[in-house]
Design a binder for this molecule. Structure first.
Ligand SMILES: Cc1cc2nc3c(=O)[nH]c(=O)nc-3n(C[C@H](O)[C@H](O)[C@H](O)COP(=O)(O)OP(=O)(O)OC[C@H]3O[C@@H](n4cnc5c(N)ncnc54)[C@H](O)[C@@H]3O)c2cc1C
Length: 537
């Protein structure tokens, strides 16, 4: 038997859930299909032995999008602050407002006393970008505000804002060059450049990277964990009458027949489809037989472009249960902590040295890989999330759970896996990360460890079907095969395939939770317009 739905959404991450919720709210008959047993994608929370952890993103930035979306859908999500700390070696600063930029400046000056003027140039750049961010996020995203009910607000607030926004966009466009290149121009000291840029994905556009200090102050944490966000949108989708089928991996799209097939051979017919998952997969599994030749050729060309693209760097995460009370960790940092144990910086460790290893893999020994790994772990920057410092009571009494992660090269883990020593490698990375943190910021860590486990780029690839284990869509290094202009974001949801829209981390660059939501909403809006072409003014 074949199911038929007016709209089908593939992918139950935040993008797919958002699209489906808006479609259901508009009265469409919508079915969401998710390959895993649970929805959430890269926005999930889980509990292990009484310790609560995040499976993906550790805290959220509203970016003028998440909170307005929740409001518009009538979702009440209790939120907690998620203040950030930043540390280099034994110097740590706490960021609760933009005023703390001065502390960051002092931190850098204390570590790199020879580079005072260069640091002042960096801080001036961050300040300029912070002003732009205040404009960008200064009002709730217009997409989540129906002006027909509030014309005076439109005239008083949005019109003047829009002109400032256009000027800001022009400035942003001028700052698209990779952050490494921008820093090269204003900072002489290699270590200082590294310390700033190794937080980010390779070749992250300057504007996006250097807005980090502003973003630190925008983070919040949903009560109940980050996964509450996707759970709340899912509940709303069901309340609006939408349907969800989990454990359903789509393995084929018949573009001429508007039909999907799942891995068990079940068929689903759609009038409109939103694909909110990996885009390479969509084009790989789409059959164009029966389409007019022109349409098939367009799809083939788009497929070639997408398959030539790559995902961003992936991530290695180690989850730790520690027999030490939250106060021990609170005395060091806030619950969201960006920590670099050495001021030396990664240098070429994760660039040319890694490239060399990968290029000569067949002649490289395990010892050489582990020697490289030693350096990589010692010199890297870590994102440390401590859920119990964000929300008391989410770890057993007197104990603390830590999530420690660092950007990690997918190709390395892939090669290790193909060479048959994945488990050994994974444990070696875990141990080195724990050793480095025990020797620096958490001396008690090793002795008080109750358990550890980890996820790698391959875990992410398998979990959400993400090419190269990417966590925010396309890499910034190669030509980006999708829209990356803010003014063109409306077009980001279009595909070459008839009756198919795209949404989520692969549809627009740069991406993350807010943009995944934005594209989910845009895709839903486009479908709703198609359905009732004359019903909207
Ligand atoms: C550790 C980490 C930290 C992050 N930090 C931040 C941050 O600070 N700020 C930020 O904005 N973003 C951050 N992100 C990124 C953000 O979480 C993601 O970009 C966003 O959640 C992507 O949402 P999505 O719905 O587009 O994709 P996904 O969450 O990947 O959802 C896709 C869904 O589709 C399903 N699926 C895939 N293929 C199929 C198929 N064939 N059939 C059926 N279902 C399928 C998957 O199982 C998945 O549920 C972080 C991510 C991670 C992992």
């Amino acid at each position: 038997m074949m199911e038929h739905h007016e709209a089908i959404v593939v992918g139950g991450g935040i993008a797919g859930l958002t699209a489906a919720a808006y479609l259901a709210r508009a009265g469409l008959d919508v079915l969401l299909l998710e390959k895993n047993a649970q929805c959430g994608g890269l926005v999930t929370t889980f509990v292990k032995d009484g310790f609560r952890f995040e499976g993906g993103v550790r805290a959220l930035e509203s970016a003028g999008i998440i909170l307005p979306m929740l409001k518009e859908l009538g979702i009440h999500l209790e939120t907690l602050p998620s203040p950030v700390s930043v540390g280099i070696e034994d110097r740590i600063i706490h960021v609760t407002s933009q005023e703390n930029l001065k502390d960051y400046e002092n931190l850098l000056k204390a570590c790199y006393s020879e580079s005072t003027e260069d640091i002042e140039r960096v801080i001036a750049l961050i300040k300029r970008i912070m002003k732009d961010m205040l404009v960008l996020y200064g009002v709730d995203n217009p997409l989540f505000n129906d002006f027909r009910n509030n014309t005076s607000y439109f005239i008083r607030v949005y019109m003047p804002w829009f002109f400032k926004f256009l000027v800001t966009l022009v400035r942003i466009n001028g700052m698209k060059i990779p952050v490494e290149v921008s820093l090269d121009r204003i900072v002489k000291d290699r270590s200082l450049r590294d310390i700033i840029s190794q937080h980010f994905f390779r070749s992250t556009p300057t504007f996006f990277a250097m807005s980090y200090f502003y973003l630190y102050t925008d983070y919040f944490y949903p009560k109940g964990g980050v996964g509450r966000l996707t759970e709340a949108v899912l509940d709303k989708l069901l309340e609006f009458g939408g349907q969800i089928k989990t454990g359903t991996e789509i393995t084929g799209v018949d573009a001429a027949e508007n039909r999907l097939v799942d891995k068990d051979g079940n068929l689903y017919e759609y009038e409109q489809l939103v694909w909110a998952a990996d885009l390479k997969t969509l084009y790989r599994i789409t059959n164009t037989e029966g389409l007019p030749p022109e349409s098939a050729a367009k799809i083939a060309a788009q497929k070639e472009t997408l398959l030539a693209g790559r995902g961003t760097d992936s991530i290695f995460t180690v989850y730790l249960g520690v027999a030490a009370p939250p106060e021990t960790f609170k005395a060091i940092s806030n619950g969201h902590f960006f920590y670099t144990p050495s001021r030396q910086g990664l240098g070429e460790t994760h660039r040319s040295q890694l490239r060399q290893l990968l290029q000569h893999w067949s002649t490289v020994s395990k010892d050489e890989v582990f020697a490289w790994l030693d350096e990589f772990c010692r010199l890297n920057t870590y994102e440390i999330s401590i859920p119990v410092l964000k929300e008391p009571g989410v770890a057993p009494e007197g104990k603390t759970g830590l999530i420690v992660s660092t950007l990690f090269e997918y190709d390395l883990v892939k090669k290790v896996s193909e060479s048959g020593w994945y488990e050994e490698f994974r444990v070696e990375v875990e141990n080195r990360m724990i050793d480095v943190l025990s020797a620096s910021i958490y001396p008690l860590l090793k002795d008080r460890l109750i358990f550890k486990f980890s996820t790698t780029p391959l875990t992410i690839e398998k979990l959400v079907g993400s090419s190269e284990g990417a966590i925010v869509g396309w890499s910034f290094e190669d030509p980006i095969p999708v829209t990356s202009s803010m003014l063109g974001i409306n077009n980001a949801v279009k595909t070459a395939i008839p009756q198919v829209m795209q949404a989520g981390q692969w549809s627009y660059s740069p991406n993350g939770v807010p943009t995944a939501i934005l594209t989910g909403k845009l895709a839903a809006d486009a479908l709703i317009r198609k359905r009732k072409p004359r019903s909207r003014k």
